[in-house]
Ligand binder design. Structure first.
Ligand code: AMP
Length: 284
């Protein structure tokens, strides 16, 4: 039995709807996004569809995860287009709250995942992961999911949300989906829309570096120094790119590694023109 499609706009309305669905014994999956949907997001929606009775897409461009100099104002927004795309994957409900509904005046409570939020993107984007963890907790409280689906593209975010879910007893299964890429290797991202044609070509340097490092790993290389150097080389050769970080870290604890003896993530953040892009590859 399918339910009529609906867009919910407030935490109270969303929660009431999910409480009804739970009372009816439905298994709920949620896919949180900031909209500007692409094939990466659609892959998450299909994974959710395969595992639940009810799929809820959330679209919320969350102001608390953007720094003062970041792209909050210009972040692409197209709710109608996003919903039309998402419906091709068979979503049941959309939760698209307003900023006022999510953050009433005086809101001052934030979730910090203390260690995991420090390095990598946390070092360059102070406050970003507290914003992410807090908004995802709020989305969980409103949608009451059994399952939540996230992309491995945002590897540190996924590690943080797994830890938050465990530490705070949410009782939600967190599902990670592998990175979806363009045919030239570039990871799909809503921010790719900012790239000028020459920058879009230059963006290949991120995935090319990861592929070069993985080839070295498969050939037996295990030192962080050599793997990181291989990943940096294409970015250093690219005039339009500027490295923010290239790091090899434990895949669960995100602690730095000098030798690869356990599953690790090789992660990159780089500016291409003024657009900050991220990519990663798990080596194990
Ligand atoms: P965003 O709308 O950028 O906040 O992303 C929403 C979700 O989509 C996050 O869980 C991302 O990790 C995931 N995602 C974004 N790009 C990709 C991609 N290329 N492959 C897989 N998942 C992705």
């Amino acid at each position: 039995m399918t339910i009529p499609f609906e867009i919910l706009r407030t935490p109270a309305a969303m929660r009431a709807r999910s409480e009804d669905l739970r009372r009816d014994g439905k298994k709920i999956a949620v896919v949180p996004t900031m909209g500007a949907l692409h094939e990466g997001h659609l892959t998450l929606l299909r994974a959710a569809r395969a595992q639940a009775d009810i799929v809820i897409l959330t679209i919320f461009v969350n102001p608390t995860q953007f720094g003062p100099q970041e792209d909050l104002a210009k972040y692409p927004r197209d709710e109608a287009g996003d919903l039309a795309l998402a419906k091709t994957c068979g979503i049941d409900l959309a939760y698209c709250p307003t900023v006022d509904a999510m953050y009433p005046a005086g809101a001052q409570t934030f979730i910090e995942v203390r260690e995991l939020q420090q390095p990598m993107c946390g070092a360059s984007r102070p406050g970003h992961f507290a914003g992410v963890a807090t908004v995802v907790a709020k989305l969980f409280h409103a949608t009451l999911p059994h399952i939540a689906v996230f992309g491995e593209k945002d590897f540190q975010q996924l590690a943080i949300l797994r830890r938050m879910t465990r530490d705070l007893d949410f009782g939600i299964e967190i599902v990670g989906v592998p990175i979806v890429r363009e045919s030239d290797g570039v990871a799909l991202s809503s921010r790719n829309a900012y790239l000028k044609p020459d920058e879009r070509v230059a963006a290949r340097a991120l995935s090319a570096g990861l592929a070069a490092a993985e080839a070295k790993f498969k050939a037996g290389e295990r030192t962080a120094e050599a793997l990181i150097a291989a990943a940096r080389a294409p970015l250093e050769a690219e005039a339009l790119a500027r490295i923010d970080y290239v790091e090899l870290r434990d895949a669960t604890e995100l602690t730095p590694l000098t030798t690869l003896a356990r599953p690790a993530v090789l992660a990159i953040a780089a500016f291409v023109g003024t657009t900050r892009l991220i990519d990663n590859r798990v080596l194990s």
